[in-house]
Design a protein around this ligand. Structure first.
Ligand code: ADP
Ligand code: MG
Length: 393
């Protein structure tokens, strides 16, 4: 029923096995892992310099490998649902020129990280990737891949180890090489996540406050709708543009600096769509601050109410939800012991996140499964650590 997922050591063992197969019995000399994430609240606020409240997941991407003497890089992914070749070889530019993105698409995340790594020049290497983060499911397999590769490369050539700079470099990789103009949240929490804590991240100052989240009576349930609508790719940059436009009409650097009073005053200078987009962002930032306080004080009912408000705002004002996500949220909210539920991630498919009493876990999963038309996957999760080197002993 609820999906069990491999542990970090199982993923590392699998990666070593594949490495041996692919590279003639050789053994990898370095390894690292980085988690996916779920955002509890604060959606579409990161690229508006706002607040977000994600946690790192026990679902991770693992990279094992070794430095080589030449300038070639060979990477193999064990990801079963990548419908591209799983093995890629490319040469590192020797003259400092850019490593151009190309095919297979998944390798661009690796190339981007090499390009933006702070300990240049990156040497030749070979590596294998394994992961328990679902690809394209809204739990940020992309950031976990970038951060895992970055952290792996830190084992080959040390940089100053600054964690925020690591997150920024990985975000740059996604911008320039995957063509996704994402905010900083995913990479940030993948690097800096902390076991037993959610992270309240201020995406303007890049400061993070850990918020304890380790109550035995509380469960964070992720439900993957296993649908992904094609709108997801094109609508994200559109939302970003609309927010920038709203900020500029309001005379602000970003919507982080705007209040609802500012927005109401400017209402006749904004078209209806732009108004609604900006209203979601301004209110969501405020909601996230309140939610962090509620969590801190153990006020789960209040936290749950804010989650549902967030979902409704994403559905009605920001228009990034979809039928499947709305259905999953409604079904979860019908169960006694559920505090709150909302879509999480960019939208148009992917996952919902639900906060509930531990004792309600089984009946929630059963009820959602029964009510939902599709075939969801469930993950019962706890807040986990960010990226780290792994020992291969
Ligand atoms: P999400 O980050 O929500 O999972 P994205 O569309 O941002 O969704 O990123 C998914 C893409 O990241 C995949 O299509 C693939 O190109 C790449 N990716 C992520 N994890 C892996 C992996 N383990 N192996 C190969 N590619 C991966
Ligand atoms: Mg992603």
């Amino acid at each position: 029923m609820s999906s069990s997922f491999p542990t970090v050591s199982e993923l590392a063992a699998e990666a070593r096995r594949v490495y041996g197969e692919e590279f003639g019995g050789d053994a990898p000399r370095a390894a690292a892992c980085a988690p996916g994430r779920v955002n509890l609240i604060g959606e579409h606020t990161d690229y508006n310099q706002g607040l977000v409240l994600p946690m790192a997941l026990p679902l991770v991407t693992v990279v094992v490998g070794s430095q080589t003497s030449g300038k070639d890089v060979t990477v193999v992914t064990a990801a079963k649902d990548a419908d591209e070749p799983r093995r890629v070889t490319f040469s590192l530019p020797s003259d400092g020129s850019t490593l151009a993105p190309g095919l297979p698409g998944w390798a661009n995340y690796v190339k981007g990280v090499i390009q933006h790594h702070r300990a240049l020049p990156v040497p030749g290497f070979r590596a294998v990737i394994t992961s328990s983060v679902p690809l394209g499911g809204g739990l940020s397999s992309s950031a976990s891949l970038e951060v895992a590769v970055y952290t792996f490369l830190q084992q080959l050539m040390q940089d100053d180890g600054d964690k925020v700079s690591t997150a920024v470099a990985c975000q740059q990789a996604e911008h320039t090489h995957a063509g996704v103009p994402c905010g900083i949240m995913d990479q940030f929490v993948s690097v800096l996540g902390r076991e037993g804590h959610a992270l309240l991240i201020d995406c303007r100052s890049l400061e993070a406050t850990p918020v304890p989240l380790r109550d035995q009576d509380l469960v964070i349930l992720i439900t993957n709708s296993n649908v992904r609508h094609s709108l997801a790719g094109s609508e994200y940059p559109t939302r970003r543009r609309q927010c920038e436009e709203a900020a500029s009409i309001l005379g602000k650097d970003s919507l982080r600096d705007a209040t609802m009073e500012d927005l109401e005053e400017a209402r006749d200078r904004l078209d209806d769509v732009t108004y609604r987009r900006a209203r979601h962002v301004i209110e969501e930032i405020e909601r996230t601050a309140r939610a962090a306080k509620a969590l801190e004080g153990g006020a789960y009912e209040e936290f749950g109410r804010l989650m549902v408000e967030s979902h409704n705002s994403l559905r009605d004002l920001y228009e990034v939800s979809c039928r499947e996500l709305d259905e999953l949220v409604s079904a979860a909210m019908e169960v006694e012991g559920v505090f709150g539920s909302r879509m999480t991630g960019g939208g148009f498919g992917g996952c919902t996140v639900t906060l509930l009493q531990t004792s309600a876990t089984e009946r929630t999963i059963l009820h959602v499964q029964e009510r939902f038309g599709g075939t969801p996957t469930f993950y019962v999760t706890t807040p986990s650590d960010g990226a780290r080197a792994l020992s291969l002993l």
